[in-house]
Design a protein around this ligand. Structure first.
Ligand SMILES: *Cc1c(COP(=O)(O)O)cnc(C)c1O
Length: 222
């Protein structure tokens, strides 16, 4: 199937409350334009430099989501335009995003990345680490960021039951956070589900899926 047909197929199956992020990392602008011309306006990238390059070349009504691990020293390059940063997993990073948001006179929306996979992943916070941040005075002083939800990645496994348990953990964590709302903490988004598991993720409460290879085809890293 063509890229466009893949997109239409996936979109036709999504419930209305679920947002599709088209994960375009490693793919050329011509491929992105194909889904843009089919109506897609939300794109996800996992490297800041690549996202900046594509932002400069593409129409300006696109919402750019940073879905990868973020290095603090690179936040400044995306701060003028990034729409949502999915992978915030420590307070220092949040402070840096806030600082760059001030320079750009804007508020930047972020998600807390929560560690849900049992495999040893370097990224993501434990739920209690996130709630400690949310309840701290230092967090309440960050006026130019807003945490609008959570993001998680399940273990890379064939075991659907395990994936389901991990997605359910993220949903439960989100529900717990709902009671801690404040001016810069308004959890509304649960970003979970990729090409291989997005249907299961939606069944478990996802409101935002990040789909790459099922739209653009397999990635070639050579
Ligand atoms: C690459 C990536 C995806 C998309 O993966 P596919 O399996 O190609 O759909 C989703 N989320 C993150 C964080 C990614 O890095």
């Amino acid at each position: 199937m063509s890229i466009k047909a893949n997109l239409y197929h996936i979109k036709s199956e999504l419930p209305p409350h679920v947002t599709l992020v088209a994960v375009s990392k490693t793919k050329p602008v011509s491929d992105l334009m194909e889904v843009y011309n089919a109506g897609q306006r939300i794109f996800g990238e996992n490297k800041i430099q690549e996202m900046v390059d594509k932002y400069e070349q593409m129409p300006k009504d696109i919402e750019w989501h940073m879905i990868g691990h973020v290095q603090r020293n690179k936040v400044k390059y995306m701060a003028p335009f990034v729409r949502l940063i999915h992978g915030v997993d420590n307070f220092k990073l949040l402070e840096e995003i806030n600082k760059e948001a001030i320079k750009n006179n804007r508020v930047i929306d972020c998600l807390f990345q929560i560690k849900i996979a049992s495999e040893d992943s370097k990224f993501g916070m434990e739920p209690h680490e996130a709630s400690n941040i949310i309840q701290s005075k230092a967090f309440s002083e960050l006026k130019n960021i807003k945490i609008v939800g959570v993001m998680g990645m399940a273990t890379f496994t064939e075991d659907l039951n395990q994936i389901k348990n991990e997605f359910t953990l993220l949903k439960t964590t989100f529900d717990g956070f709902k009671t801690m709302e404040s001016f810069n903490f308004k959890p509304e988004i649960i970003s979970m589900g990729m090409s291989g598991d997005y249907k299961l993720a939606i069944d478990c409460g996802s409101t935002m899926i990040r789909v790459g290879s099922s739209i653009f085809g397999e990635r070639n890293y050579n």
